[in-house]
Design a protein around this ligand. Sequence first.
Ligand code: NAD
Length: 361
Amino acid sequence: MTYRLQPSFVFETQPCRVVFAAGATASLPTEIDLLGRRRVLVLATPDQVGAAETIGRMLDSRCVGVLPIAIAHVPIETAKIARREAGDRRVDCLVAIGGGSTIGLAKAIALESGIDIVAVPTTYAGSEMTPIWGITEDGQKRTGRDPRVRPRVVIYDVEQTVTLPIGLSVTSGLNAIAHCIEALYAPDGNPIISLVAEEGIAALSSGLARLLSDAAVEAREQCLYGAWLAGMSLGATSMGLHHKLCHILGGSWNLPHAETHAVLLPYACAYNAPAVPSAMQRIAQALGSETAPDGLWALARHLGTPRSLHEIGLPQAALDRVADLSVQNAYANPRPIARDAIRVMLQDAWRGDPPPASGYR
Ligand code: NAD
């Protein structure tokens, strides 16, 4: 591969302590003591109340409550209850055990109060590494960036992920790969994040394939490592066309979030391919494939995720409207968003035809 230095960039490091080890959840009391915190509220979804209560017992007198009320997309009503609980119990630290929904609830509390978050992620969504928050009010999800919501400590403990069903692991992992792909061609990317993203793609793609064949703990470890790198990539850069299209399809047609990512990724990558050949070369290398769109297409086939927008419920009649919406509001993308080319790409994605290896012209 030809070496080309990105001619100008900004790189900012953020303080965050990462503890990566099987069984690392046991270090939570020490981590809380190192932070100098004494009154911890443990957050979880109702499904994960068992794990949250175990942590509560482990924290002993440091734990002032367990609140298993996290649900998808952080409704403002849930955020208000959680903020009130945190205030009433004079909480000085939040432990979030779960996926993006639980960490999202912790962020909603921290956004107002600045209380420290310690995250124990149990999916591959990556929210624990970002300063991005999201709260849903009147059916609209507002999002923003604020350094106060970025967790201070993240504990990656593979033992907390072994219960994640394989189907959810695969779609969550592909979603994480999408963060890495778009970080590699983001206008605000930098050489360090490109290295991180490339390694993230390699770890996740091979980890997911192994997970499917033998569900070994080492495969899960590899996926969790990749998820960390993907979260870093997401937190450091602006996402492009792929994330925009997923947002449109999820928001306006209610398509399932993770499956939409899985279907669209090879196509969005093929759309951007002609504009960013060196990023494509790095993606292909990380996937061990001839070209980036080919590699993503083959990975999704191998993992058995849905093939087409048709399959996950998008009516063909919606394609024109999706193309119209994709050109509204400026957003970061390496190639200008041309409605006609997007429409051709969407037609292929709707049918589930392979994307052109050299990209959409
Ligand atoms: P999730 O947190 O909604 O979890 C999905 C379900 O899986 C829940 O019922 C949960 O209890 C269960 N679950 C989680 N881990 C499990 C495990 N190990 N074993 C068994 N069950 C488990 O799903 P997610 O994909 O992690 O998060 C999605 C949300 O996160 C979305 O709202 C998305 O917008 C947000 N998100 C935010 C960011 C950010 O930077 N702010 C990044 C990525 C995703």
